[in-house]
Design a protein around this ligand. Structure first.
Ligand code: SF4
Length: 396
């Protein structure tokens, strides 16, 4: 997996040179490497992406009475050859983000650049040509394959649609692809119901590879599979990435899997990115209280470490994306929230360390790792007064 984990550029500064939280003019995102998204090693560049689903009311005349803000202003780059993990709780907008990048969802606002081309401005053949290079592996291998089509048709269909191989060569190409993903090529005339979940996911991967993509959105590709075969699919994805130089956006809620496969990780909460960093940075020193809470729930296979850890328990449920809380969207559940600040001001995503971004008023490189609950802050103040060292983060 190539890609410098620190290659995300610095947040542009305000005219006075400051990057003060909430300051006007400071973007709430790690920006693209170029304004048009074609800079450096960036393969896909997302700028202020919003996907809102209208809520309507009325029987005869439907009126829009609100909107579900599934994705609410995301900006990030996916670097060529890397795996960018996208994590968060169910309903935080991960899958909608993946679908919007591939133009499978209508964008409410924002732009998606693929190799510098603004996909929203492309139509017909031009869009089809670009989308050929961007594929998706779906979560449910049972629903994502047409049960009435044989393997030959399922994997060969993209070749036909994009007119990639002469008719006489398509069957050989399908067999080659099946072989590549570990499916016996002689099963080309069989149907999806004759295969296990893991084999079906392999078939889905073969179909995605048929058009020789550069970029693949892996939308929870192993969460519907048995634990025993998850590792096989992960290993297959990694081997294919090495062989073909693929770039992945890997969407998952399993933080252990994301840690294993990703170069960088972005954490989403209520349609926004709250933290983005290189894998080892995010898991080693998570800045954002939400990330800390997520990581504190991941079991560690070491009883001694496990015993010392203090899980961060979040209060309440995830608020509705139809009416997100004011200020920091996380303030209703955050153990470190400060009244009058967090419930009023919306924190921007700032670069705290090179390549490590977080959206929290209380986070700064100097302060870390003191960002804890009010209780912890008091305890930390007590230990400091007693001349002791404040313990480091235990969320990893
Ligand atoms: Fe949001 Fe405040 Fe908690 Fe930071 S401390 S995550 S700004 S509520």
């Amino acid at each position: 997996m190539a890609g410098d984990p620190y290659a995300v550029p610095a947040v542009p500064q305000a005219p006075d040179g400051s990057v003060a939280p909430g300051a006007a003019g400071v973007p709430d995102k790690p920006p693209s490497t170029g304004a048009d998204g074609d800079g450096g090693d960036t393969l896909v560049s997302i700028t202020d992406l919003k996907v809102h689903f209208p809520i309507t009311s009325g029987v005869i005349v439907q009126r829009k009475v609100g909107a579900v803000r599934a994705v609410d202003g995301l900006s990030f780059d996916v670097l060529r050859g890397e795996t960018l993990g996208l994590v968060g709780e169910s309903g935080c907008g991960k899958s909608t983000t993946g679908r919007a990048i591939l133009q499978l969802e209508k964008l409410t606002a924002g732009q998606v650049f693929y190799e510098g081309a603004d996909l929203a401005r492309l139509h017909g053949g031009a869009l089809r040509r670009q989308r050929r290079r961007m594929q998706m592996i779906f979560q449910d291998p049972y629903a994502s394959l047409n049960s009435r089509m044989s393997l030959g048709h399922i994997v060969g269909e993209p070749l036909l649609v994009h007119n990639l191989r002469p008719r006489g060569e398509r069957e050989d190409r399908v067999k080659e692809l099946l072989n590549l993903v570990g499916i016996n090529p002689n099963t080309i005339n069989r149907y999806p119901h004759e295969f296990s979940g893991g084999q079906r996911q392999r078939i889905g991967i073969a179909r995605a590879l048929a058009v020789e993509p550069n970029f693949i959105v892996c939308d929870e590709p192993i969460s519907a599979l048995d634990v025993s075969i998850r590792a096989q699919i992960i290993n297959l994805l990694q081997a294919l990435q090495r062989s073909f130089g693929l770039t992945y956006l890997f969407i998952a809620h399993d933080l252990s899997v994301v840690r294993h496969i990703s170069d960088r990780v972005a954490v989403m909460y209520l349609g926004r990115i709250v933290e983005l960093a290189a894998n080892h940075e995010l898991y080693g020193e998570p800045f954002h209280p939400y990330t800390q809470a997520l990581l504190s729930a991941v079991p560690i296979p070491d009883p001694l470490v496990e015993e010392r850890r203090r899980p961060v328990v979040l209060a309440g449920d995830v608020p509705s994306p139809a009416s997100p809380p004011s200020g920091c969207h996380f303030h209703t559940r955050c153990p470190a929230a400060q009244k009058g600040l967090c419930d009023v001001d919306d924190p921007v995503l700032r670069e705290i360390r090179p390549g490590h971004f977080a959206a929290c008023h209380l986070v700064s490189a100097a302060d870390y790792p003191k960002i804890r609950s009010a209780e912890d802050r008091a305890a930390a103040a007590g230990t400091a007064a007693a001349g002791q060292t404040t313990p480091g983060g235990d969320a990893s």
